[in-house]
Write a protein that binds this ligand. Structure first.
Ligand SMILES: [Zn+2]
Length: 129
């Protein structure tokens, strides 16, 4: 992430790359690489996870990441294979997408923020807290 030049507007939506998506989903779950590896079956998965989060790396996922955290293989594949204008709409902070049902830490399930349509209600609540 680089700092936007505030004199320029409107700001273009930053492209979320597949490696960004893995890291965003992991951080949103509040997990370290080691913790995700542990949930997947042990330290052997750590190297795989670090590769998945490496800039420029487009590799196929051998682990079922959804076991450890809310994660969509479908979204990952689309980010890796499709040009940016065909990417699915994702929360710019946590990588949430509307097909992924995640509790929003309040009374329901996560959806799109009404005030800032680039983020989800869960990130909106965390920003407000
Ligand atoms: Zn979010």
């Amino acid at each position: 992430m680089h700092h936007a030049n505030l004199s320029r507007s409107p700001a273009p939506t930053p492209v979320i790359h597949p490696w960004d998506y893995v890291a965003m989903r992991r951080r949103a779950a509040g997990l370290s690489v080691g913790q995700v590896a542990q949930a997947l079956g042990g330290r052997a998965y750590e190297r795989h996870l670090r590769l998945l989060e490496t800039t420029g790396m487009r590799i196929s996922i051998v682990a079922d990441l959804n076991v450890a955290m809310p994660f969509s293989d479908d979204v990952y594949r689309q980010l890796a294979d499709l040009p940016p204008h065909q990417h699915p709409r994702l929360c710019q902070r946590c990588g949430w997408d509307e097909r992924t049902e995640v509790p929003d830490c309040a009374d329901g399930f996560t959806s799109w923020s009404r005030d800032d349509t680039t983020i989800c209600t869960r990130c909106e609540r965390q920003a407000a807290a």
